[in-house]
Design a protein around this ligand. Sequence first.
Ligand SMILES: Cc1cc2nc3c(=O)[nH]c(=O)nc-3n(C[C@H](O)[C@H](O)[C@H](O)COP(=O)(O)OP(=O)(O)OC[C@H]3O[C@@H](n4cnc5c(N)ncnc54)[C@H](O)[C@@H]3O)c2cc1C
Length: 302
Amino acid sequence: MEDCIIVGAGPAGLTAAIYLARFHLSIRLFDCGSSRAALIPKTRNHAGFPDGIAGKDLLARMLEQAELYGAVREMFEVTRIEPLAEGFAVHADGRTFPARAVLLATGVVNKRPEGLDDPLHGEALMRGLLRYCPICDGYEVTDKRIGVIGTGDHGMREALFLRGYTSDITLISPGAGHELDVDCAAALDAAGVTRVDGPCGGYTIEGERIAVDTAAGRLAFDSLYPALGSRIRSRLAVAAGARASEDGCLEVDDHQRTSVPGLFAAGDVVKGLDQISHAMGEAGVAATTIRNMLAEQRPIRR
Ligand SMILES: Cc1cc2nc3c(=O)[nH]c(=O)nc-3n(C[C@H](O)[C@H](O)[C@H](O)COP(=O)(O)OP(=O)(O)OC[C@H]3O[C@@H](n4cnc5c(N)ncnc54)[C@H](O)[C@@H]3O)c2cc1C
């Protein structure tokens, strides 16, 4: 039986692997290769890298560090976490792996605009024409022409957040018309955010800009921010009995414990700031709590 199985090798899972391996615990680390961090062309708000670092390079460095202490990333999708009388059975690759504790670090998936195919999506992301995280890279669009694809409260909040970086913001409805209540519309008007109806489609890269068809015709922007929400990858924990918010974020206490004893969660899959630093911090807390929980079950001694 492993001391802990970590599901997900993004910034949260890899941080936990580094900590747990350095606690001399036996771990397994399962991943299916879809970290959001791998989509970051260059993060410039992650402390310690004044020139920025590509998400893939950061992940590679973290994996190298975890491997130094004996962690091994196994590329299997976990399909089920089954709570047992003592510990868990983790199902992956048609096999069952027993563990005393499980840490879920499976992250979220951003909802993409419809009609933006994979190659165009990838190129636009890498060139900063498409961006998903104003907290991360709003600075990079300072005084640029920005489109936000979204509506309702979520679209309004994203547009107003970006207003802190530029005065040229257009909020484009993904569907035909905007769904904005009076307060949202008033807040957008007060901030000088232009509103345009959709539906959005016909995305193309035109030189240094990304263009999109809208009800107001074809518009080109320095960057587009989809504000369409995320799919939270909490299904495994919820099926194991863990409590989640309405939108699927796992509920944890201040030691990253879910409502299922021995099942922990860290990173984007938990409600909080969807940022690398936050994912790493939560994983450090989770790993140390797991270590101390296991030490209560049997002494950890050399
Ligand atoms: C375009 C973009 C730019 C960003 N820029 C920044 C930035 O500049 N600064 C910043 O702080 N943050 C940035 N972020 C956010 C950052 O990427 C996330 O906050 C961070 O990756 C969260 O880490 P995580 O470990 O929780 O989840 P992820 O990094 O998403 O990792 C989750 C891992 O779990 C694995 N997984 C999921 N389900 C299973 C399963 N069933 N079995 C096995 N493995 C599974 C996935 O394959 C994945 O590898 C950006 C995000 C995007 C999309």
